[in-house]
Design a protein around this ligand. Structure first.
Ligand code: ATP
Ligand code: MG
Length: 151
């Protein structure tokens, strides 16, 4: 289940000397929809948070109920993203710093996939970030409005 995923992410974070904190509210209602999509969404965001945060930094995953939504936040203390890139970030293959991106590896598809999955869950995706201060990705998924995807 989701615990396996967290264990896996803990290991990646540990390797890079990044503290991975989780603050998951107890008794969050079930989200209807594909578990695999949800996992992929979380994975891509946490993978980025770890990848774009230097050693010694911190990544935090929060999940809590907020009104009729499940809110999931991934916060990091990493390199951040300049305003001028933020609009295009969710496009396929878009990467901020091509030279540096080549070093850390990847294809530039992660966030495009996240955006599509959030749409499938009828959710919204928000980014707050400033260079050298870190990033906060916020996802809100309606808890009762996605019956259609049940099963
Ligand atoms: P892939 O996810 O396919 O392995 P990627 O991580 O480069 O490759 P995306 O996940 O789509 O691609 O991210 C796009 C770009 O957005 C990244 O190349 C990086 O420049 C920037 N980015 C994404 N997340 C963060 C973050 N948490 N902090 C700073 N920059 C980020
Ligand atoms: Mg990525």
């Amino acid at each position: 289940a989701i615990e396996d995923l967290f264990q896996f992410l803990d290991k990646i974070a540990e390797k890079k000397d990044i503290v991975l904190e989780k603050e998951i509210e107890k008794d969050i209602p079930e989200v209807y929809g594909s578990y695999n999509y949800f996992k992929q969404m979380l994975m891509n965001l946490v993978d980025n948070a770890i990848k774009y945060t230097p050693s010694g930094g911190k990544v935090k995953i929060l999940a809590f109920k907020e009104g009729k939504d499940l809110t999931v936040q991934i916060k990091d203390t990493g390199i951040g993203i300049d305003k001028k890139h933020q609009d295009r970030l969710f496009e396929r293959f878009y990467r901020v710093d091509k030279a540096r991106s080549r070093q850390v590896g990847g294809t530039g598809l992660g966030l495009a996939i996240v955006k599509h999955i959030v749409l499938i869950f009828n959710g919204t995706l928000d980014l707050e970030s400033a260079p050298n201060e870190g990033s906060i990705f916020t996802i809100k998924i309606p808890l009762n409005n996605n019956e259609y995807f049940r099963g």
